[in-house]
Design a protein around this ligand. Structure first.
Ligand code: NAD
Length: 390
């Protein structure tokens, strides 16, 4: 399936942020390269222009497509006949809005990092601008690209778990159990509200767990009750968050986001319990999904096997037993976005019916969830509405 995509012309691709030494820039470049659907032709990669130009040179970009700033890049690329068709925004949170908007309003598609924006107003505006411009605005909830996460979603949708009753989601790592922000710039901005937004670990990690809960169950959290703690002295934002959730179908849920869970490495997992079965997926063992039907032995479902939903088969790049992981999951999001964009420009292929990427609407819901949790925590854990009309 993947190889058959290769006759499609690659999208002219640009990046803002994701400079040398950044945490997630290389993951985007690798994911975009995986299936030959993107060709990196332009970038404003770094807040330090010389460093950005040096990276552009290493990546083989033409010198006139290495920009010192995103505004110049958006203006110049929109003027070119061979300008970028899609841009990923891989910069600290508070900059997403202005950068994504500069491209979207020119009709250039965007893949934006999460959280989509640092305020609900800005997140909504990006959603609306994209819709008006007829542009895709995807949000990089990359864990939704794992084949077994998509399998879990399909099993819930097919009723294999029955009505969903309980969701337990956690993204609790121990990577900032000490004040590493004192010497690590990628960590430092995450604790500054004017750059990170109103939350640290809930927006950085918890938003992924929230997206997975919504994505797999198909249900939205309508109310939350949160406790947010600052355990490492001197921090302005929380490094641990506990959030109770009530879902639109009556299910109850709990989300734990932490950067101080000593002994945990990455720590992302989700468990979903319905009337008929439960399932569990852990990102550190992403090629397996545990499915436990009521009154029957639990089973471990493996990636790339004939018993999975047919729509999931197209997400594999290597046969079962060879571990696939993070880059491939990101790559699946990139490829599905490329499918949709190619179809929208009248390309040779219709998007696969299961082409599926986290959208601006998901990004808006993610920001709403964060705002509601922050509001609840400030009110001593009061139940707080998390609904949003999109
Ligand atoms: P980082 O601090 O490691 O890197 C940020 C990069 O952006 C740097 O290269 C910096 O020079 C560049 N930059 C900053 N402002 C810029 C500007 N105005 N123009 C051009 N470049 C600019 O940050 P990071 O950890 O890579 O995080 C970046 C974003 O990705 C954040 O929003 C974060 O939440 C998100 N993220 C997502 C995932 C995921 O799994 N989806 C994982 C890590 C980070």
């Amino acid at each position: 399936m993947v190889n058959s995509d290769r006759h499609i012309r690659p999208l002219r691709f640009g990046m803002v942020g994701g400079g040398r030494g950044s945490q997630i820039g290389d993951s985007h470049r690798i994911a975009a390269r995986l299936d030959g659907r993107y060709q990196l032709v332009a970038g404003a990669f770094d807040v330090v222009p010389e460093r950005g130009r040096a990276l552009a040179d290493d990546l083989g970009l033409e010198p006139d497509r290495a920009y010192d700033d995103f505004r110049a890049m958006a203006a110049a690329e929109a003027e070119r006949a061979d300008g970028v068709e899609i841009v990923s925004v891989v910069t600290p949170n508070s900059t997403h809005y202005e950068i994504a908007r500069a491209f979207l309003e020119r009709g250039i598609h965007v893949i934006c990092e999460k959280p989509l924006a640092t305020s609900l107003e800005h997140a909504r505006d990006l959603h609306d601008v994209a819709r008006r411009a007829g542009a895709v605005c995807a949000v990089m909830y990359g864990y939704s690209g794992y084949p077994l996460v998509r399998q879990a979603r399909r099993m819930v949708a097919a009723g294999e778990l029955g009505r969903i009753r309980v969701v337990q989601a956690e993204f609790a790592h121990g990577g900032m159990a000490e004040p590493v922000e004192q010497h690590n710039p990628s960590a430092a901005w995450r604790l500054r509200p004017e750059i990170a937004g109103p939350s640290f670990v809930l927006g950085d990690a918890g938003t992924h767990a929230h997206h997975l809960a919504t994505y797999i169950t198909g249900h939205h959290a309508t109310e939350v009750a949160a406790e947010m703690s600052r355990m490492v002295p001197g921090r302005q934002l929380e490094d641990n968050a506990h959030v109770l959730m009530r879902f639109d179908n009556g299910a109850t849920g709990f989300l734990w986001a932490s950067a101080i869970a000593v002994g945990n490495t990455h720590g992302l997992r989700i468990r979903v319990y319905g009337e008929k079965a439960g399932l569990e997926w852990q990102q550190e063992h992403p090629n397996q999904l545990r499915f436990a039907p009521l009154g029957a032995p639990a089973r471990i479902l493996e990636r790339d096997t004939g018993y999975l939903d047919a729509s999931v088969a197209r997400l594999n790049r290597i046969s079962a037993g060879h571990p696939e992981g993070y880059f491939e999951a990101f790559g699946n999001v990139y490829r599905d976005v490329a499918d949709v964009v190619a179809a929208s420009r009248g390309g040779p292929a219709a998007p696969d019916a299961s082409a599926d990427y986290p959208s601006a609407a998901d990004g808006v819901r993610g920001v709403r969830f964060l705002d509601a949790a922050v509001e609840s925590a400030a009110a001593g854990g009061a139940w707080t509405s998390a609904t949003v009309d999109i």
